[in-house]
Design a protein around this ligand. Structure first.
Ligand SMILES: Cc1cc2nc3c(=O)[nH]c(=O)nc-3n(C[C@H](O)[C@H](O)[C@H](O)COP(=O)(O)OP(=O)(O)OC[C@H]3O[C@@H](n4cnc5c(N)ncnc54)[C@H](O)[C@@H]3O)c2cc1C
Length: 439
């Protein structure tokens, strides 16, 4: 069996690995010059130092991802420290922590919230009750997180607890996601396991892990990787895919294929797949929206080192990530996560002034930064960071099959989980399973 995997993101990597482990001959075809897709780093033009396309958190409940990393021998590049608290800075620059008490989940989170000094007594009680409802009730997935929570939450806990949590874990605002997604985050992310969940991260730039290390591992395992090779069409016969056509006109044959790309990249099937319209309507391909994530990276010669991440509720940048701590490298930047602010919006509003204002806001919260001389900055927007599911598909599982018997879809948008690394890995495994069943 020669299988082609179109797309070298983590979904494609996961499918390739499973198929190779089952004895298939696998080739990954990637349009860009590197593997990893949305898990990537760039080199800063001025200093040559790397920075990620945006901070990525991995939850300890990412079962499939962690198993894949372990099997590929790259699990040591990640850490999942036991967090006994999440640091916060409030508008008066006070350091405050949301503690996870040493009790079985979910009591560890509940006890922490009930003593969380940033919330008033009433807001703490409402937050715990809301979290309890999310953990214990069957909920209607067709409601947005905002609609469902509107009846419980007040402005205070929304600004300080729920919005930063939703932005950090679902990468968008409460109105754009199903309440089911938030329920999954609370259940899987924070209340899974005896003491609840752990937040983890790569201890090296994402590009080093997902391009360099994974690339070497794949090639050592006999998986062929072709980069700078955009697929522009497929060839079919009797309801089966027989090969793909690359941008340079080359035709590569296959016995089966996994198309591991986001919904907005499936356009190449339009002219070459006779039943494209069936696929388009089944997956509502014209209704998915790309969701942007912006980050501001700041480099300086000397500065204090902070926690790996700190929540700044109600600020333009709601989270500060310290890559000096994350990578153990004092030259690495601070990253202010700006969420859904698109770069164009900043340009319209005089980008530089806005950036100065954001830096000033951050310095107000971290007086330790007052004497720091910022050497360099880099603003980055990933315009297509995550796919926003159309509301008619909220709570629905997508089949990953296509009108062709031997072609399956993979990607973070196809799993029942929110669009995350874990969703992508699981979808890759499922697509590989589909291929193997048809073998
Ligand atoms: C800034 C940012 C922050 C994020 N934070 C988190 C987080 O904290 N935690 C988390 O779990 N997730 C996070 N995510 C989401 C996570 O990165 C994605 O869910 C995951 O990487 C998606 O993997 P994928 O393989 O499905 O898609 P992709 O990574 O997009 O891979 C698809 C690949 O297909 C290639 N391709 C497309 N078209 C073609 C073609 N025609 N021919 C050949 N190749 C093609 C693309 O170049 C790409 O490499 C974040 C994403 C971003 C951008």
């Amino acid at each position: 069996m020669h299988i082609l995997i179109i797309g070298g993101g983590i979904a494609g990597i996961s499918a390739a690995w499973r198929l190779r482990n089952s004895g298939c001959d696998v080739t990954i075809i990637e349009a860009r010059s590197f593997l990893g897709g949305r898990l990537c780093s760039y080199a800063d033009r001025a200093t040559g130092t790397p920075f990620d396309n945006g901070p990525h958190l991995f939850l300890s409940s990412y079962r499939a991802t962690r198993a894949l990393l372990k099997d590929m021998g790259i699990a040591e590049s990640f850490t999942f420290p036991w967090l006994n608290s999440i640091p916060f800075r409030d508008s008066s620059s006070k350091k405050i922590r949301l503690h996870f008490r040493p009790m079985p989940a979910p009591w560890n989170l509940a006890a922490g919230l009930l003593t969380f000094p940033l919330l008033s007594g009433e807001a703490r009680r409402r937050t715990v009750l809301t979290a309890h409802k999310l953990l214990s009730e069957a909920i209607n997935p067709s409601l947005s997180a905002e609609k469902w929570l509107d009846s419980f939450w007040q402005n205070e806990e929304r600004r300080i607890f729920w919005d930063p949590l939703i932005h950090a874990t679902l990468n968008t605002s409460a109105r754009n996601v199903s309440i089911r997604d938030l329920q999954t985050v609370i259940k899987e992310g924070f209340c899974k396991g005896l003491l609840g969940g752990r937040l983890g991260y790569a201890q090296e730039p994402l590009g080093t892990v997902f391009n360099t290390e994974v690339g070497i591992t794949l090639e050592d395992a006999g998986i062929k990787v072709i980069t700078n090779a955009k697929v522009t069409g497929i060839t079919t016969l009797n309801n089966r895919i027989t090969g793909v056509i690359l941008k340079d006109g080359q035709h590569l044959e296959c016995n089966a294929a996994v198309i591991a790309v986001p919904p907005w990249s499936l356009g190449f099937l339009q002219t070459s797949l006779p039943s494209y319209n069936t696929l388009k309507s089944e997956y509502k391909l014209d209704k998915w929206q790309p969701n942007p994530i912006s980050s501001l990276y700041l480099w300086s010669d000397k500065r204090p080192i902070f926690d790996a991440f700190t929540c700044l509720p109600g600020q333009t940048a709601e989270w500060l990530f310290d890559f000096a701590r994350i990578w153990g490298n004092r030259q690495a930047p601070i990253c202010l996560l700006l969420g859904n602010i698109p770069e164009d919006h900043l340009k319209l509003d005089e980008k530089n002034n806005q950036i100065e204002r954001i830096i000033a806001e951050c310095t107000r919260l971290f007086p330790e930064l007052k004497t720091v001389r910022w050497k360099h900055r880099q603003f980055i927007t990933e315009n297509r960071a995550t796919p926003l599911r159309p509301s008619e598909l909220w709570g629905k599982a997508l089949p990953q099959t296509t009108p062709l018997n031997n072609m399956f879809l993979a990607g973070d948008w196809l799993n029942h989980l929110p669009p995350t690394v874990e969703a992508a890995v699981r979808s890759g495994e499922r697509a590989a399973g589909g291929v193997l069943k048809k073998k």
